[in-house]
Design a protein around this ligand. Sequence first.
Ligand SMILES: Nc1nc2c(c(=O)[nH]1)N[C@H]1C(S)=C(S)[C@@H](COP(=O)(O)OP(=O)(O)OC[C@H]3O[C@@H](n4cnc5c(N)ncnc54)[C@H](O)[C@@H]3O)O[C@H]1N2
Ligand code: MOO
Ligand code: MG
Length: 419
Amino acid sequence: MTLNRKPIQVSEAVGRVLENVTVTATEVVSYLDAHGRILANDLVATHDVPLFTKSAMDGFAIRAADSKGASGDNRVPFKVAEEVPAGSTSDYVLRENEAFRIMTGAEIPESADTVVMFEQAKETDEGFTVRKTFNPGENIAMQGEESSEGDIILEKGSLINPGTVAVLATFGYSEVEVYKKPVVGVLSTGSELLDVDEDLVRGKIRNSNTPMILAQLKRAGIEGRRYHMQSDDLDTLHDNMKQMLEEVDMVITTGGVSVGDYDLLPKIYDRLGAEVLFNKVAMRPGSVTTVSRVGDKFLFGLSGNPSACYSGFELFVRPAVQAMMASENVHAPFIDAILDEDFTKPNPFTRFIRAEVQYVKGEVYAKPSGFNKSNAVTSIAKSNCVIVMPGGTRGFEKGDAVKVMMTDVTSSADRFGVE
Ligand SMILES: Nc1nc2c(c(=O)[nH]1)N[C@H]1C(S)=C(S)[C@@H](COP(=O)(O)OP(=O)(O)OC[C@H]3O[C@@H](n4cnc5c(N)ncnc54)[C@H](O)[C@@H]3O)O[C@H]1N2
Ligand code: MOO
Ligand SMILES: [Mg+2]
């Protein structure tokens, strides 16, 4: 184990992780299970949308020419010849001043070319009258106006969102080829750790990292596999991790990556013959975060301190998981915000501060979410983002511009966004 590790910049560390990604194989899933997955092929339109020229309104379909010259003083009368509800069609050919009573979504019969909304017509015993000249195409959705058969609607690598699911259904794709979700194993190390339902005893604490990471994986759309936490015993830990490597595509451990007598991960990477991509990053917290590789499998050695562990996941694991599924957009959104309270500590390394973003009158404010040391756990719970302060900077003051990495886009303002 080397005590003098050489720190690399965060961006370089992220880059090294992404360079080493192996994309997962693909599988075919039901369109109903496809949300959150990544398309393995271009999604191609199997027909025009709209599929046929249809009424966009409830009203009357007429020949526009028949309304010529209509005005308030000279209302032009129409007679209803047939009804066309949505889902029905008609081959009836309109004669002069005849109309279809037609509903939104119904196919426009060949002989009609415009639709008079109910609100634009005055109903009479025989039909209705209009008070203006209609142009062809009014209140009509034209076949193919949105997209044409053969169009690429979404490219390979796109995230399947609820709209994509609707597109799959539109085009009759009941199944879709997507990239497999990596199988991710999570193992916390530390002889001080107890399980959630164990009684606290002197010198011990409950394991909060494993469940936190399982939740972070869930937020990234992955069902992680929980491994039972391990004491700091070299042989057992080694054997367990070797076994894990046979069962999963990616191993996440927490704790034991620093330079303490019982920080065993460096020795285990050695024994496993892992290629260490980096073991020191110029960041706080989580400077000892270590990422290595055995074959095409990543081992993420996250720091044991909860805040460092959390940030390490968001910075390195989340993009890696996305990239393994061939996502085009692997990074969290970074936004500009106004710092909402003084932060006086200098930042020799890039600093990540769990924080809360709020939108106030069109401005974005970010405020540290409480006690924020590496060992903090409560500030993670109150955060929806992480403030990034570049290395080599002095303290920041309230009102300064800062960069913010969003972690939780489901968080929202306390009021509805429009009056
Ligand atoms: N001589 C030095 N000592 C330390 C350094 C250093 O550079 N030189 N770095 C410090 C920093 S910074 C950090 S961060 C920690 C990293 O420690 P490890 O990643 O080796 O993690 P552990 O030693 O196992 O645990 C650290 C801390 O976190 C608690 N912990 C661990 N696992 C969990 C868990 N699953 N749930 C909740 N809490 C957990 C553990 O009890 C310790 O308090 O090293 C510093 N030391
Ligand atoms: O690695 Mo530690 O979390 O920098 O404070
Ligand atoms: Mg340690």
